[in-house]
Structures are given as C-alpha cells and as structure tokens.
Design a protein around this ligand. Structure first.
Ligand code: 4NP
Length: 155
C-alpha cells in the first residue's frame, strides 16, 4: 500500500491542511482504504498539539476536519516507512535532507506535483492573516488531486 507523509515546520498549519485535504480527496475518490496518510513537522515545538485553530476553522468551512490530528516530529525512520514524503517549502526540504540520507524515500516539494518550476512553496501562514490560510488550502487542495492522479497511475 502506498503511504504519504506531509511535512512542514510546526505540523500545525500547512502539513495538517495537506493531510486533511488529501484524506478528503481520497474519500471522494473512494480510496481511503488504499493509502496510508500522516503528517509531521521538522520542529518539535508543537508536538502533541492539535492544528492551529485558524487553520482548523478555515478547513472546516471547506468540509475538511482537522480536529483528530496531533503534531509530531519527523524521524529518520519515516524515510523508510513512507513511500512519499512531501515538503511544504524549501526550508523543510533542506531540513529533511540529512534525515533522509541513505534511506529508501527522499523528500520532494509537494507543489512540484502541480507546477514544476512555478510556485514551488506553500507559504507559511502562521504570522499572517486569514487570507494566508485560505491560500494554503487552495494550494493543497489542488495538489491533492494531482497526487491522486499520480497514485492511480503508478500503483
Ligand atoms: P507550519 O506553520 O509549519 O505550517 O505548521 C508554523 C507553525 C508554527 C511556527 C512556525 C510555522 N512557529 O514558529 O511556532
């Protein structure tokens, strides 16, 4: 079974949004039983906490439930356990390179699935206003569709 891990810095805004949006897209495609999904942060500040309430609220308005999610930190083992590890931005990607060294799966930028070379990063909404959270959701919802297409083509 393919498995997908979404990674950002804190695991309370972007990667939970990607995680929840992808689960929702899988549910709509009747594929929830076919893919294992998780998310994590490169940092450990928010471990054990639920997603940021601003992201939870914005996601709920799109029918995406983030309330079951809890933050955890990414580990070396994740790069053997998951078949895909998606970074939200270039800083996340760089932070994971050492962890992934010699492991089965190498991290890649999530948005490269939709527009290689165009907008490559999901911007960090943490210190901004509500529009930033909506923008993150727009991006990860689009990428979810591309990921489903990728998985159905390759498995
Ligand atoms: P995330 O956003 O990486 O999308 O979860 C952030 C959450 C928390 C912090 C930074 C980014 N922080 O500095 O605490």
């Amino acid at each position: 079974m393919p498995s997908v891990l979404f990674v950002c810095l804190g695991n309370i805004c972007r990667s939970p949004a990607a995680h929840g949006a992808f689960l929702e897209a899988l549910a709509r495609a009747n594929m929830l039983e076919d893919v294992r999904v998780d998310s994590a942060g490169t940092g450990d500040w928010h471990v054990g906490r639920p997603p940021d309430h601003r992201m939870t609220k914005a996601a709920r308005q799109r029918g995406i439930d983030l309330t079951p999610l809890r933050a955890r930190q990414v580990t070396r083992q994740d790069f053997d356990d998951f078949s895909y590890v998606f970074a939200m931005d270039l800083s996340n990607l760089r932070d994971m390179e050492a962890l992934a060294q010699g492991r089965r799966t190498q991290p890649q930028l999530y948005l490269d699935l939709i527009a290689p070379g165009a907008q490559r990063e999901v911007p960090d909404p943490y210190y901004g206003g509500a529009a930033g959270f909506e923008h993150v959701l727009d991006l990860v919802e689009r990428a979810s569709q591309a990921l489903i297409t990728r998985l159905t083509q390759s498995d």
